[in-house]
Ligand binder design. Structure first.
Ligand SMILES: *Cc1c(COP(=O)(O)O)cnc(C)c1O
Length: 361
């Protein structure tokens, strides 16, 4: 009879194999050029993370978190997996949990949109509802203990679960895909911060490979990250009024590593949504709000480059599809109910694409 230990090792081997086999069957995500005919010598690209099987950049994170937990011996055949997430992370983690035959429970605020709960349940996940959103971390930890499960803790582990030196992480993939472009080493890479994991991977990767690329994080006006970046003291806000899903937090998450971020650009929610709408029209398909936040920051950086007569490339991330936000960002009634005025931002963004500059804010 195999020992308990050997049985557990055999299960882990099979679990890792399944995740790697899934990766092996998958194609890389596209790097899409966005035409800028009015900005000579400047190229803009978006890394399309919406094309992952679970529809967002959280697919990479979920895969990394599962492999990290498996290889640390934290998950076995009978371990329920618990996460604090009402969004894309829960959807992607539910996908991998089902692949391994594990129970998955997302701890979500009671007011979470029905579409999101449906998306988590579609991937085989369960939702555990809480009344006070501020208690989501403690409640996830408590629930994990209660069911003898593992609290995945994306906010703590995002930064270290991803192999920052390479292994086809998002940074390595971007640089490989740029190889034959006019400016294969981008002047800027722009991303948002939710866990902070993406900016940590990008920032470490460019330093490790001694690229001159700078990392810019685009942050919603209501978020704490840019305040912390400026003073290194403000670590929490009473509330984050931000309504851009996936980014902007009231607490500086442990995976946010400010020292590998070169610059932050603050974007108002209305401008993020306006940019998402203008970009969606140009692409012929809808992208999510955080992609709009990214585009707004890219426009500012590109206008600055053009003003200085610089050439070069700028890369950012198309984080998820806009179809998920048909009832919010793309619904005029919802926008009005949030007192968001989109027309100034849409004009600014349209002017940018037409080569009429971009106002410095
Ligand atoms: C999580 C998320 C981000 C931010 O990525 P992090 O690596 O967690 O900082 C941006 N956009 C969307 C839609 C997300 O879900």
């Amino acid at each position: 009879m195999p020992t308990l230990h050997a049985t557990r090792r055999a299960w882990t081997d099979e679990a890792v194999r399944r995740i790697e086999a899934d990766f092996n069957r998958s194609a890389d995500t596209h790097l899409i050029p966005i035409e800028l005919p009015h900005y000579r010598g400047i190229e803009l690209y978006l890394k399309d993370e919406s094309s992952h099987p679970t529809g967002s950049l959280k697919h990479r994170l979920a895969r990394s978190l599962f492999l990290y937990a498996l290889c640390n011996g934290w998950i076995g055949a009978e371990t329920p997996v618990v996460e604090a997430s009402s969004g894309s992370t829960a959807v992607s983690e539910a996908y991998f949990a089902r692949m391994l035959g594990l129970r998955f429970i997302a701890v979500v605020p009671r007011e979470t949109a029905a579409e999101k709960i449906a998306a988590i349940e579609f991937q085989g996940g369960e939702c555990h509802f809480i009344d006070d959103p501020d208690t989501v971390y403690q409640e996830a930890q408590r629930l994990a203990r209660e069911v003898q499960g593992h609290y995945m803790d994306q906010f703590k582990y995002a930064e270290r679960a991803t192999d920052w030196r390479g292994n086809n992480n998002i940074a390595e993939s971007i640089f490989n895909q740029l190889e034959l472009e006019r400016h294969p080493v981008p002047r800027w890479i722009v991303c948002g911060a939710g866990t902070g994991g993406t900016s940590a991977t990008l920032g470490r990767f460019v330093r490790y490979n001694h690229y001159s690329t700078e990392i810019c994080v685009s942050d919603p006006a209501g978020s704490v990250f840019h305040r912390y970046f400026a003073d290194r003291r403000t670590t929490t806000l009473d509330r984050c009024e931000c309504c851009i899903e996936g980014i902007g937090r009231p607490r500086v998450e442990p995976s946010f590593i400010p020292d590998v971020v070169d610059r932050m650009i603050v974007v108002r929610d209305a401008d993020s949504i306006a940019a998402a709408r203008v970009l969606s029209e140009r692409l012929g398909r809808r992208c999510g709000g955080s992609t709009g936040t990214n585009l707004w920051a890219c426009a500012q950086l590109i206008a600055e480059m053009a003003g200085r007569g610089e050439s070069g490339s700028v890369v950012s991330i198309l984080c998820d599809q806009g179809d998920r936000y048909a009832s919010t960002y793309f619904n005029d009634e919802w926008v009005a109910s949030k007192h968001l005025e989109l027309s100034p931002g849409m004009r600014t963004m349209t002017d940018f694409f037409a080569g009429r500059g971009f106002p410095a804010r």
